[in-house]
Ligand binder design. Structure first.
Ligand SMILES: Cc1cc2nc3c(=O)[nH]c(=O)nc-3n(C[C@H](O)[C@H](O)[C@H](O)COP(=O)(O)O)c2cc1C
Length: 172
């Protein structure tokens, strides 16, 4: 299998952009930009994200008592880039508050899911984290999400669906 072509095919799947944050056992703030976030279960309330095994934050994330999935707004592209670089100054100038069990909550995220670890599964060169949501919030504003598609950031161009067709007869 050609890895480049595989990556390109995967990039056809548009996603939102999140930053997963946590407080390490030694009291250090952890943060990673993550598009692998997804919904899993309503009852119990579970979400997932997968972390590359080479990530410097991996061990701290595995040990953390809690983490927050921060869904980014369109205006937070710089924050996404800042938290995608493996460096010690990811948190420079970043506004946040203390969330569940000390996990940082990023200010101006359009939604946040505060989680406790539920399970962690091996997934090839990634580890799949399942988090049990203990708390969530959405922003009061009509802020637009930051999207990621074909390796670039995008915004929601506007409604392009026939609204009369909704709700569709699907469980989503
Ligand atoms: C748009 C975007 C999405 C990303 N999604 C993921 C992801 O889902 N899982 C992951 O492990 N790394 C992902 N990364 C890369 C990590 O953000 C980056 O490797 C990480 O912040 C480095 O963390 P470290 O300092 O712990 O090594 C993504 C990067 C970008 C720019």
């Amino acid at each position: 299998m050609d890895e480049r072509q595989f990556r390109n095919a995967l990039a056809e799947y548009a996603t939102g952009v999140t930053i997963v944050t946590a407080l390490s056992k030694s009291g250090e703030k952890i943060g990673m930009t993550m598009t692998s976030f997804n919904t899993v279960s309503l009852d119990p309330p579970l979400v997932l994200f997968s972390v590359g095994v080479k990530a410097l934050s991996l061990d701290a994330l595995r040990e953390a008592d809690a983490y927050v999935v921060n869904i980014l707004a369109r205006t937070q592209e710089n924050l996404s880039n800042q938290f995608a670089r493996a460096s010690s100054d990811k948190w420079a100038g970043v506004h946040h508050t203390e969330g569940h069990k000390g996990a940082p909550r990023l200010t101006n995220a359009i939604a946040q899911f505060e989680c406790e670890p539920y399970a962690c599964h091996e997934g090839g060169d990634h580890l799949i984290f399942l988090g049990r949501v203990v708390n969530f919030r959405t922003s009061d504003t009509a802020a637009e999400p930051l999207l990621f598609f074909r390796g670039r950031y995008h915004s929601v161009a506007g409604p392009r669906i026939d609204v009369d067709a909704w709700p569709l007869p699907l469980h989503y």
